[in-house]
Design a protein around this ligand. Structure first.
Ligand code: TYM
Length: 339
C-alpha cells in the first residue's frame, strides 16, 4: 500500500491556503487510498523566534483542526512530531549527508533569514537545517508520496536527493519519495498582495483567510481582495494575479476549473461574492466540528497518544537500519561485529 506522509507547522493559525493546498486532499483522498500519516511538526516551529505557550496552543489547535477537517484516526495516523524521537534521531544522520551549500540554496531559508535580519534579529541555526529535519520526517516512514502545496516542492526535492545519496553511499535504506500537489490552489495567494503566498507565519491581516474566521470576516476579506485593473474576468496568473487567485479559490471550493469559471462572470463583484459564499460553505462544517472537538479535549489527546505510538513503531525499524548502515554500533548486547 502506498505510504503517504505530510505535516503542518504550528507557527500561526491555519489558513485557507493550508486547507486548499494540503489538508483537504489529506481528508478527501489520501487517508482513504493510502497508509497515511499526518503530523503536527512542532519542532519546526522552533526555528524562528517563538513564544513557548503559543506553540503549545497552536499545536493543540492544529491537531483539533485536522480532526475537525475530517482526518479519521481509524483510517490514518495523526500525531505530534516531538512525541516521536525518531525524527530528531534521523535528522542528525541526514545532516551528515547534506551539504552546507545545499542548505543555503533553499528559497525559504533565504527569504526567512533575510526577513529576520531586516528585523535586526539573529538567524537560528535550525532555520538553516530545517529542510534536513523535514527530510527525516518523510524518510523515517518509508514514504512514497508527500501531498503538499507548491511552496514545499524544493524541500521534497532535497529529501529525494538525500535519500538517493544515502542509499548510494551506505546501501539502500530509504524509499525515494515524490511530492504531489492539488490540481488547483497549490499556491493560494495573499488577498491583499496576490504576488505573495497566503502564509500563516508571516503576518496577520486582511489578506489571509483563517480557517476559524467568522463568516462575516471571511466575506469582508474576500470582498476587499485586491483585484487587477481591467474589467473583464479572465484567468491569467501572470498578468492578472489577483483575479486568478479568486478564480482558483472558487474553483477549488466548488470543484470547478478556473479557466471555465472565468467565462461565467461579467463583473469582479459577482465573482467575489460567489467566492466568498463558497469559502464560507467550505469552512462551515470544519468550524462546527472544531467547536465540538474543543469541548472534548480528552478525545484529541487520545488520538495524539495513539498516533505517536503507531508512528514510533513505523519509524523505528527504518531509523535503526539507517544507524547501522552509516556505521553506528547497535545498542543491543548482540552487536554481531568482530573487531
Ligand atoms: P506549512 O505548515 O507551511 O504548510 C502546511 C501545508 O500547507 C501548504 N500551504 C499552502 N498551499 C497552498 N497555498 C498556500 N498559500 C499554502 N500555505 C501553505 C504547504 O505547502 C504544506 O503542504 N515545511 C512544511 C511542514 C513540514 C512537512 C514535513 C510537510 C515539515 N515536515 C514533511 C510535508 C512533509 C511547512 O512549513 O508547511
Amino acid at each position: 500500500m502506498t505510504r503517504v506522509f505530510s505535516g503542518i507547522k504550528p507557527t500561526g493559525h491555519l489558513t485557507l491556503g493550508n486547507y486548499l493546498g494540503a489538508m483537504r486532499r489529506w481528508v478527501q483522498v489520501d487517508q482513504h487510498r493510502a497508509d497515511a500519516l499526518f503530523c503536527i511538526v512542532d519542532l519546526h516551529a522552533l526555528t524562528v523566534e517563538h513564544d513557548p505557550a503559543r506553540v503549545w496552543r497552536l499545536s493543540r489547535q492544529a491537531a483539533t483542526l485536522l480532526l475537525a477537517a475530517g482526518l479519521d484516526p481509524t483510517l490514518c495516523t495523526v500525531f505530534v512530531q516531538s512525541h516521536v524521537d525518531e525524527h530528531a534521531r534521523l535528522s542528525y544522520l541526514l545532516e551528515c549527508v547534506a551539504t552546507d551549500g545545499e542548505m543555503r540554496r533553499m528559497i525559504q531559508y533565504k527569504e526567512k533569514a533575510a526577513r529576520e535580519r531586516e528585523r535586526g534579529g539573529s538567524v537560528r541555526l535550525s532555520l538553516l537545517t530545517y529542510p534536513v529535519l523535514m527530510a527525516a520526517d518523510i524518510l523515517a516512514y518509508g514514504t512514497d508520496e508527500v501531498p503538499v502545496g507548491d511552496d514545499q516542492t524544493q524541500h521534497v526535492e532535497l529529501t529525494r536527493d538525500l535519500a538517493v545519496r544515502f542509499n548510494q553511499r551506505y546501501g539502500t535504506t530509504f524509499v525515494v519519495p515524490r511530492a504531489t500537489h492539488p490540481a488547483v490552489a497549490a499556491r493560494v495567494m495573499n488577498l491583499q498582495d496576490p504576488t505573495s503566498k497566503m502564509g500563516k507565519s508571516e503576518d496577520v491581516g486582511p489578506g489571509i483567510v483563517y480557517l476559524l474566521d467568522e463568516p462575516d470576516v471571511v466575506r469582508k476579506k474576500i470582498m476587499r481582495a485586491v483585484t487587477d485593473s481591467g474589467r473583464d474576468v479572465v484567468y491569467d496568473r501572470e498578468g492578472r494575479p489577483g483575479l486568478a487567485n479568486l478564480l482558483e479559490i472558487l474553483a477549488a471550493c466548488t470543484g470547478g476549473n478556473p479557466e471555465d469559471l472565468s467565462g461565467v462572470y461579467e463583473s469582479y463583484g459577482s465573482l467575489k461574492k460567489d467566492t466568498a459564499d463558497a469559502v464560507v460553505e467550505v469552512l462551515r462544517p470544519v468550524q462546527e466540528r472544531h467547536r465540538e472537538l474543543c469541548a472534548d479535549a480528552g478525545y484529541v489527546e487520545g488520538v495524539l497518544r495513539n498516533g505517536a505510538e503507531r508512528a514510533r513503531a513505523m519509524a523505528r525499524p527504518t531509523v535503526d537500519a539507517a544507524y547501522r548502515a552509516i556505521g553506528l554500533l547497535p545498542a543491543s548486547a548482540d552487536i554481531g561485529v568482530s573487531v
